[in-house]
Design a protein around this ligand. Structure first.
Ligand SMILES: [Zn+2]
Length: 261
């Protein structure tokens, strides 16, 4: 039996790769925040125990604004997961961020509107500190691995998270281009909930299209094709990085939620 994993992978569309991942068991978990978006698949990838959770559910039944983010993160934490690796699909807001490339996200801007953003709704008041929202150690490992594998990846990029499920208007897209490189719908509140629970979080964003600013409207078929053609890069990165993750954490992600007022 594979031991309880320290690493959780919350995957978007198509990230689960049965050729790479050896399934040991399926875990169903109920939490004070309801059920997770699917069974947690515990197994090993490149010889390393991991827990895989399909973000949008096994049948892709949860659109971005309905994903049970609180339950997902809480359940992984209960399982003993300390770090979250989060591959996702994004649109590009800048010419030089091209479809098929990967961004190791380093900042986000939150343009969501109706989500629950915290585990701390009182009476305990907690303000987490996230000037650097992502784990520096994991981000460094993935950027380095991309270099070594010859995979075109950007080691910086600001992700603007919109509510969805609709895509942006041209007006919105033009505005976002002033301060961000990529755009998606799932990063918030996922990454900040991970930080509240003291877990490391790294976002591997696969660029699938140029957002609507570029005069060629986002087309779902194209998004899926680019995703399918480039997913092997995410697999290669996981295969290389997982065995390199040190047995104890060298970052301060675990301490972010200690700020209490
Ligand atoms: Zn960390």
């Amino acid at each position: 039996m594979v031991m309880n994993p320290r690493i959780g992978i919350i995957g978007g569309s198509g990230v689960y790769n049965p050729e790479l991942f050896t399934l040991d068991r399926k875990v169903k978990m109920d939490t004070p925040y309801g059920e997770t978006s699917g069974d947690i698949l515990v197994g090993s990838l490149a010889g390393v125990p991991v827990a895989f959770l399909p973000r949008h559910g096994e049948k892709h039944q949860f659109p971005p604004h309905m994903v049970p983010y609180h339950a997902n993160l809480y359940a992984l934490k209960q399982l003993g997961v300390e770090m979250i690796i989060s591959p996702c699909a994004v649109g590009s807001l800048q010419e030089e961020y091209r479809p098929g490339e990967i961004v190791v996200v380093d900042q986000f801007i939150d343009f969501t509107k109706t989500r629950d953003y915290t585990y701390f709704d009182g009476p305990q008041t907690v303000h987490i500190s996230i000037p650097e929202p992502f784990c520096p150690e994991l981000s460094r490992l993935f950027s380095q691995a991309a270099d070594e594998l010859g995979i075109k990846a950007h080691d910086k990029g600001t992700y603007v998270c919109i509510e969805g499920p609709r895509f942006s208007t041209k007006g919105e897209s033009r505005m976002f281009r002033n301060f961000a490189e990529i755009i998606g719908m799932t990063l918030v509140p996922e990454c900040q909930l991970a930080r509240e629970l003291g877990m490391c979080y790294v976002s591997l964003a696969m660029i699938t299209d140029y957002d609507v600013w570029k005069d060629n409207p986002v087309d779902l078929a194209m998004v899926l094709k680019t995703m399918g053609d480039n997913l092997y890069k995410v697999s290669q990165l996981l295969e290389k990085v997982l065995p390199q993750i040190p047995p104890s954490r060298r970052c301060s992600c675990a301490e972010a939620a200690d700020v209490e007022v």
